[in-house]
Ligand binder design. Sequence first.
Ligand SMILES: O=C(O)CCC(=O)C(=O)O
Length: 241
Amino acid sequence: MRDGFVVVERLLDVPTCRDLRAEGERMLSGTGRNSFEGFKTQRVYSILAKTRAFDQLIDHPRLLALIDHVFEPNYLLSQAQIINILPGEDAQALHFDDGFYKIPRPRPALGFAAIWALDDFTKENGATEIVPKSHEWGSNITPSREQTIPCLMPAGSAVFFLGTFVHGGGANRTASSRMAFTNQYCAPWLRTQENFFLEVPRETVRGLRPTIQSLLGYSIYPPFMGMVDSMHPKRVLSDEG
Ligand SMILES: O=C(O)CCC(=O)C(=O)O
């Protein structure tokens, strides 16, 4: 809460990290459609509809324990994706992740993000560039590259930060790609970036852990935001069809 971010090193052991990287590699395809997605960056969206491998990062206890301090109960997953920065990619525009909620700054965070390093994050290969304490900035956000530091961390580590925190993907000046998995969360009364109700089939949701079901919106913000036919939305998971 003081700096806007925290790095936790080696949360994933080496075999887990290797398996996740391989699963990410299997799903990679085209590159970005604009400079923000990155013309030399591959992204895999709709992860929860495609693989179960990353579920362990969606409800990772160390991550949720932090978010429990930021949001009211029943906060939501907002989006999850793989980001693979290829050799030759330029640095991404600096930004903060909850800027699409058009509520003026300074304000409390409405989003919360994790970026998991599936490769070592180095100064050369595109380590996320971060601006410590930028979560406190007001409405005039004009960050410069000089204010950033590279978020250096070994594979298996994660950086967790508030939605108001300024950051961006770094330039990749190496011959290898830099893979990360990122998941974002939002306060329980906000609209999520991904529409998980349309993205993840109900049959798939039935097989997920209850915590993940709740994060996907099978939960309410009391007294009744998220209801289905005046009842708790989780009931649809036990209904037929
Ligand atoms: O890949 C990274 O290091 C950060 C990417 C990012 O912040 C974004 O795409 O919104």
